[in-house]
Design a binder for this molecule. Structure first.
Ligand SMILES: [Zn+2]
Length: 439
């Protein structure tokens, strides 16, 4: 009797999901990229087994059963999408909320499931509450190294899950995004990175000694400011060093790290785009990536690309320039949370000599300085990577973090001379003031 009731409830719920799956807001981080990471917030019914267990129904985000998400739910989805997408900005990957299977004309769950499985370079990542009998202890699950392939229809190899109910709940954007980055790191071929003392494993999931600032994407990145791609020993084999950025880039057809189109030398500097004296944040943005596609190295500023911008001041005065680490999808001109780049900012004179540098412990940097009328450059670079903590007693093996990812510029430069009308107005004001005193 009880079983029949439960079964009936499932059927009813199933019918609701099938009839009214909410339409997700459409976000794309890199339209046209070779690889697609489809973040599915609309719920899914998985047919058959996955990893020996039964996924069944994953409800839509916040159990939305209507035909659309509310405005606040759409904002939540955008937040999780932006955090996840930011981490993939150095690669030829479009992180999207638009279903590629639906775009290809597939409507049923089974047809969509087969499309994800059999379409190379498409990964289907379901984000929602997991059933208690589907990997009940896990925050997420994924196969390893299956994203690049065309897999067998029905194998489920191209679908993974982030379980919101086991990742802090729907409002835990940071943790949901960290788990989603982690699971899709698996899909891109990455194993867990552990903490070791010699060949002895201390943590299966690296913690960076409990850091609240940076943790490796393939360790425990659950609640930190950022999850970073790393170089370190994998948990299954202390003799294997995994270079995350290299392994991701080695996926078939991924190509090299992104070329953001910004001049990478003084001679090829991009002209700073201004609206009057205001730096246009959307027109001055880039992605700092490793220089080498075949041997990327996290440690060393010169192992990363640099972005150069040229500008001309029309008068002497104070200029203020900020390099904002991260993307700006949620609010234009403001860094999205979960930045992966730690940036360094320099102002150079027309000969390329350094006038000012800012390289604080913050991911973003600001320089305000007096400049005479003339020609100058902005240089944006990586902070040059980080060594992970060596543990409470300093004996943990080295682990290295990449400082790579998106940025944009904001601020003001004195590119436009003060209009002469201002001086005229001041002169008139003084005359009026004098006349008043005479009365
Ligand atoms: Zn994992």
């Amino acid at each position: 009797m009880i079983r029949a009731t439960v079964f009936g409830a499932l059927v009813l719920f199933n019918a609701l999901v099938l009839v009214a799956q909410p339409i997700a807001p459409a976000f794309n981080s890199r339209p046209g990229a070779a690889y697609t990471l489809y973040l599915n917030f609309t719920g899914f019914q998985y047919t058959g087994n996955w990893g020996g267990q039964t996924p069944g129904i994953t409800p839509a985000f916040r159990n939305q059963t209507g035909s659309s998400f509310t405005a606040s739910q759409q904002a939540e989805i955008k937040n999780i999408w932006a955090r996840t997408a930011e981490t993939w900005m150095a690669y030829n990957v479009n992180v999207t909320t638009v279903d590629p299977a639906a775009q290809a004309g597939h409507t049923t769950y089974l047809a969509r499931q087969h499309y994800y499985d059999t379409t190379a370079r498409v990964q289907h990542s379901v984000i929602g509450d997991g059933a208690s009998n589907f990997f009940g202890g896990a925050a997420g699950v994924s196969y390893v190294g299956t994203w690049a392939n065309s897999n067998t229809a029905g194998s489920g190899l191209s679908t993974n899950w982030t379980f919101t109910n086991r990742s802090g709940g729907y409002g835990s954007y940071k943790r949901i995004a960290s788990v989603t980055v982690h699971e899709n790191g698996h899909a891109a071929g990455l194993s867990h990175q552990g903490d070791y003392i010699g060949s002895q494993e201390i943590n299966q999931y690296s913690t960076n000694n409990g850091s609240t600032n940076t943790r490796p994407a393939l360790g425990t990145g659950n609640a930190q400011t950022r999850v970073a791609w790393a170089v370190g020993r994998v948990n299954t084999n202390p003799n294997t060093i995994q270079n995350d950025a290299l392994r991701i880039r080695q996926n078939s057809g991924m190509g090299g790290f992104i070329d953001d189109g910004i001049g990478r030398t003084l001679l090829t500097a991009s002209a700073l785009t201004l609206n009057g004296n205001t730096i246009d944040s959307l027109a001055n943005q880039g992605v700092i990536v490793p220089v080498s596609n075949t041997n990327p190295n996290p440690i060393g500023v010169d192992n990363y690309t640099k972005g150069y911008y040229s500008f001309t001041t029309a008068m002497a005065g104070i200029n203020s320039i900020t390099v904002n680490a991260g993307t700006q999808w949620i609010t234009t001109g403001e860094s999205d949370p979960h930045q992966s780049l730690d940036a360094t900012l320099r102002i150079l004179d027309q000969n390329g000599l350094e006038l000012a540098v800012s390289n604080t412990s913050s991911f973003s940097e600001t320089i305000s300085l007096f400049l005479n009328k003339g020609n100058y450059f902005i240089e944006v670079s990586s902070a040059g990577g980080k060594f992970a903590s060596k543990g409470p007693d300093g004996t943990w093996d080295d682990k290295l973090f990449y400082d790579m990812g998106a940025y944009f510029l904001t601020g003001n430069v004195l590119a436009v001379p003060e209009p002469s009308g201002v001086f005229f107005a001041i002169a008139v004001g003084l005359m009026l003031f004098r006349r008043e005193r005479r009365k």
